[in-house]
Design a protein around this ligand. Structure first.
Ligand SMILES: C[S@@+](CC[C@H](N)C(=O)[O-])C[C@H]1O[C@@H](n2cnc3c(N)ncnc32)[C@H](O)[C@@H]1O
Length: 385
């Protein structure tokens, strides 16, 4: 791999995290699951990628997310958020708010429409990002800051709209290998030089049950390897007893199960992002790169449905944004200005099928709403799940 070299400080930071993970592997008897490795690499206190000070999002970071590309993403999403609030309660909870950009864009657009939520709560695992979210909102929407609160855990009871853009893909996932002689969990051990190396153990418990079901449904051939995100399933199922009335809007890259576990995707979907280079090696500079997996949306709705919630819509990001009027937002801007050209380029990337329009999906899950959601009015793909 020909990747940019880290600064001496960044390299030292990564070495500290490597030492912490190495210690944990030793204490665990020589093996940890990949899900635990991913959790430490991303969230280990003060050292993990999201827990420490790396820039992460945007041009100066490692990857770019939709809210960082154009305010039109948040402004279009506001159409759906406003509709759900009318049918439920005037509250928004954003989980995994990154830099705070989406919160600022949503709040400013909702204000324009006379549809401000009474409260906009943010929950993020990362204390470092919480500071960044506060700074973004203080700069972009200081007059709305009083409506924003930061939570330390999911609320016991909530009505309104839960928004999560690229949250589920950042949750630690297990990796499973379907082999001739059984189903194995891929984990991490140390090689003779003390470096991280893959190591397999027979899968067990909930992971084995999930892997058996997927193997049967998708007829996976021996040698097939992929991820199963028990954390994303558990998080989605949690809402069964927490959401009283309203909807979760989950935006992420992924597929229905049969496409996720497609015969041609036999090495899974794990991807690492380091300074705008995408590569498949999760052991490269832990703490300095993002690790991410695609979402099996069939598993997400099964978990939510099992906890008593309904599927309210599922479609591609491109179709969702078109349904929410993103082109009208663009059309309302003065044409041929640098801002217009920038916004048009970003919207193109967000909606075109060969860019982010088709790979990213939007899923709405909820209860107690009695009108169809506008973001899924055309092109709903729920039957593919
Ligand atoms: C890939 S980033 C996406 C950030 C932002 N939504 C965006 O689109 O730019 C994932 C975010 O989710 C947060 N996160 C991951 N797991 C979480 C959890 N279980 N609860 C709350 N936040 C979480 C991370 O700290 C990070 O801010």
């Amino acid at each position: 791999m020909n990747l940019p070299l880290p600064s001496p400080d960044a390299a030292a930071h990564s070495r500290e995290l490597v030492a912490a993970i190495t210690r944990e592997i030793g204490l665990a008897g020589g093996w940890i699951s990949f899900a635990r490795f991913m959790e430490l690499a991303l969230y280990a206190s003060g050292l993990g990628y999201y827990a420490a000070g790396a820039r992460k999002f945007g041009a100066a970071g490692d990857f770019i997310t939709a809210p960082e590309m154009t305010p039109c993403f948040g402004r279009a999403l506001a159409t759906q958020v406003a509709q759900v609030m009318v049918g439920s309660a005037p509250f928004v909870l954003e989980v995994g708010a990154g830099s705070g950009r989406l919160a600022a864009d949503l709040l400013l657009e909702l204000e324009q429409r006379g549809a401000l939520p009474e409260r906009y709560d943010i929950l993020d695992l990362s204390a470092d990002l919480r500071e960044r979210q506060q700074a973004t909102l203080a700069a972009a929407a200081p007059h709305l800051l009083a409506r924003v609160s930061w939570l330390d855990r999911l609320p016991d009871a909530f009505s309104g709209v839960v928004v999560a853009n690229e949250l589920l893909d950042a949750m630690p996932a297990h990796i499973v290998a379907w082999r001739e002689d059984g189903i194995f969990e891929r984990g991490v051990s140390l090689d003779e030089q003390g470096g991280f190396t893959w190591n397999e153990r027979p899968a067990s418990g909930a992971l084995l049950a999930a892997a058996e079901e997927i193997g049967r449904q998708c007829r996976l051939p021996p040698g097939y390897e992929s991820e199963i995100s028990l954390a994303a399933r558990a998080w989605s199922g949690e809402w069964g007893h927490r959401l009283q009335r309203g909807a979760l809007l989950l935006i992420d890259y992924g597929f229905p199960r049969r496409e996720f576990y497609h015969q041609q995707r036999g090495r899974g979907t794990l991807m690492c992002h380091y300074r705008h280079h995408a590569h498949p090696d999760p052991f490269y500079l832990p703490g300095l790169q993002d690790l991410t997996v695609h979402i099996d949306f069939t598993a997400i709705i099964a978990a939510a449905d099992g906890s008593g919630l309904d599927l309210l819509g599922y479609t591609s990001q491109g179709q969702f944004l078109l349904n929410c009027g993103i082109l009208d937002l663009l059309g309302a801007q003065p044409a041929d200005t640098p801002d217009y050209i920038r916004a048009a380029g970003a919207i193109n990337r967000l909606i075109m099928p060969h860019e982010m329009g088709e790979l990213f999906k939007v899923m709405a899950i909820g209860r107690g709403l009695d009108v169809p959601l506008c973001g899924f009015a055309a092109g709903d793909q729920s039957r593919r799940l």
